[in-house]
Every structure is written in C-alpha cells, then in structure tokens.
Design a binder for this molecule. Structure first.
Ligand code: SF4
Length: 378
C-alpha cells in the first residue's frame, strides 16, 4: 500500500510516517508551503533521515481568498486552520490520485489543538477535503471512526495509536522506544497567521482589501507599516534587509500598485508607498494624480521621520529622494511634516520572540491557540 503523509518534519508527522512504514506502507511525504509558512527545508532534512520521498508544493492565490474569507472562521488570531487543513488535505488527495496512492495520513492528534483538532473537526476536514474514509490519523486512529482501510482490513487498527491531547511526553517516549528516535524536533515556530505580533498587520490588510494577493502577504513582513488613509499605506525600512525585500517586492510584475522612495542626497530610511493611485507596473510614462503627489509627499515625510535628522537637515537645497513609479525614476524633494507624527504604526514589534510556541505537527501544524500553554516537553 502507498500513502501520502502531510509532512512538516515535526515530531507528529515523523511518527505518523514511521508508524505507517512499520506496517509495510510505502510513504510519500507532502509538504505544503503557504504564503505565511514555509517549513520545506526542515521537512526535506527529516524526510531524508527517515527515508521517504518528499513532494513540496505551494499554495497559489486561492489560498489568499481562503485567508480573507474562511468558511470555518479563524482561530485565536487570523489563522483559518480548519480551512487551511482542508485545503492541505485536498492537495494531498490530488497527489494521491496523481501517483495512485491508496490513502492520505496526517500526524494530527485528537484534542491537540482546541480550535481545529477536536474529534468533530477532524471528521469535518475528512469530509470537506473529499477524502472521507481515506484520511487516516494513525496517532489517534483508535479514538476516531474507522477509516476505509481499517474496515477493509488492509490496515491493522490494533497497530494504530490512541494518543490524545496536547502533551508531547508520550509521543517523545513512543518515538524513542518504537523507532529509536535520537533527535526530537523542536516544536515548530509555526505560521505567522498565528502570531499575536503579526495579527494587526494582517487584520489591517484584510480590512482594506477584499481579496489580498500573495504579494500583499509578502509585503506584510518588512519594516514599519503605516496606514496613511483608507487607500494608501507606507512601509518604511528599518534596516538593509528591509530595503532588499522592498526592492524585490517592487520588481515583481505581480505587485500591487506602489512606488519606492530612496534617499538620494542624504543617508536615511527608504520607503514603499502602496496605493491604487500609483501607476501600473511597467508604465513608462506615468502621470501622477494630485492625490498620488500628496501621498508621495507623505511617504517622503514618513521616510524622514525615521531617519536621523543630522543626516538630512543640513543638506544644501534640502533632502531629495529618488522616486520609482511605473517604470520610471525621477527625483522629488521631500520635507519634514509634523503631521505625519499622527500616522499610526500598525505594528511596531514585528519579529519579537513569541511568548508561547505550539507543537510541530504535520505539514504546517495548526496552531490555533498560541497564547495558551505550550505542550509539555519531556
Ligand atoms: S497554523 Fe497551520 S493549519 Fe493553521 S493556518 Fe497556519 S499553516 Fe494553516
């Protein structure tokens, strides 16, 4: 028999794969990259260690529609885990059909995550993904309804497990005893949709765009994010790495309409202005509306607000930025404006260490309640 296992490289997915291997099942891992979470590197390493083939796939723009309008709502942050799990299982079903596998398995454990792994939610994902009785959770199988494979007798239910709840202690002990696991993967840092520090940015994005794109998701990460008004926001770089991300975002043909400002005759912060007023990508003769000129001035003032005044106040003729709009580079004088002090930074503390971490699970693990106590370690 052949099974697709949703595989993050976390402890649960490793154990699910090993348990099936021990029953003579050929395992193919599937790792799904989302716009908010990529654990493919770890998954590749772990897959090699346990000797399984790994297929890595990425979600497309449809994933963003799901994040914006989840059928089953969000967890404790902006994490639509039930919809996301369903989408992953659908992808696993596609792969199952493509390569002629017999069923799909995940490392989910009943009750491990309070907002997406209750028994009825596991059943819901099985139903909504179209897998039904072809979806096995080997680590909790004995606590769940029988799958087709158990009913047909192609898998021995007695060999399956009955783990429940959030503790990792028994899982670690099982992994060591049954499979001689020497290295126990650390709990996953998870996807940013679960992070308290990230949520304000995502909420702001969803409030202002009905269906954001993957580009919009990537633009959530760098720098300080400041909402100018309902139709425009500005990202001001904090460091060189932010500038690199802004360059990359600006170079993407899939970008939302935006403009870039770089200090030209002084040392300071660069900024990206994102607004539908901006000319389209590749426009060689962009004409800026009055509103766009106003936004550019505001973005320039914001860039100065986060620059060292000593570096620009004495510049002869005043500070000037290179302005990239459409496919054109121009220069624009920028000025300090005390009114921009009132523009709120949507989230100041991006990247600060999370207070709590949730367990790794199968490809990427749902983490509905990062604010709750982490699962116990050994
Ligand atoms: S935590 Fe996992 S299941 Fe939940 S939204 Fe993120 S990737 Fe999807």
């Amino acid at each position: 028999m052949k099974a697709i296992v949703l595989f993050s490289g976390g402890l649960d997915s490793i154990l699910a794969a090993r348990l099936l291997q021990s029953q003579g099942v050929e395992v193919v891992g599937l790792n799904m990259i989302t716009p908010f979470h990529d654990c493919s590197k770890e998954a590749e390493e772990r897959a090699k260690e346990i000797g399984i083939e790994l297929v890595v796939r990425s979600f497309g723009e449809d994933y963003m529609k799901m994040v914006a309008h989840p059928q089953w709502g969000y967890g404790s942050n902006v994490n639509p885990c039930l919809d996301c799990r369903t989408a992953m299982c659908r992808e696993a079903k596609k792969l199952m059909d493509e390569i002629g596998a017999d069923f799909v398995a995940t490392g989910e454990i009943a009750g491990q995550r309070p907002n997406s792994q209750k028994i009825h939610q596991l059943a819901l994902v099985a139903r909504e993904s179209g897998l039904g009785g072809k979806l096995l959770r080997p680590l909790s199988a004995k606590t769940l309804s029988r799958t087709d494979m158990e009913i047909e007798g192609t898998l021995d239910r007695e060999q399956m497990k009955a783990f429940t709840g959030r503790s990792r202690v028994q899982l670690i002990s099982y992994g060591r005893k049954a499979f001689g696991l020497k290295t126990i993967p650390q709990p996953s840092t998870g996807c940013v949709l679960c992070e308290n520090s990230y949520a304000p940015r995502i909420r702001d994005l969803l409030r202002h765009k009905d269906v954001p794109t993957i580009w919009d998701a990537k633009a959530l990460a760098p720098g300080r994010r400041l909402r100018i008004d309902e139709n425009a926001y500005c990202i001001v770089a904090r460091r060189k790495a932010d500038c690199d991300v802004l360059d990359e975002l600006f170079a993407s043909p899939k970008r939302s309409r935006c403009a870039l400002l770089y200090p030209d005759n002084y040392m300071g912060a660069s900024a990206m202005l994102v607004t539908d007023e901006a000319p389209e990508f590749g426009d060689e003769n962009p004409v800026l509306s009055d509103k766009m000129n106003e936004y550019v001035q505001t973005a320039g003032s914001l860039a100065l607000r986060f620059s060292n005044p000593e570096k620009f106040r004495d510049v002869p003729g005043g500070p000037v930025c290179r302005l990239y709009v459409g496919a054109k580079e121009t220069r624009v004088a920028v000025r300090e404006n005390p009114e921009v002090e009132n523009i709120r930074i949507i989230m100041e503390k991006l990247g600060e260490p999370k207070k709590k971490e949730a367990d790794a699970s199968e490809a990427p693990a749902p983490q509905d309640a990062p604010s709750k106590a982490p699962a116990a370690e050994e």
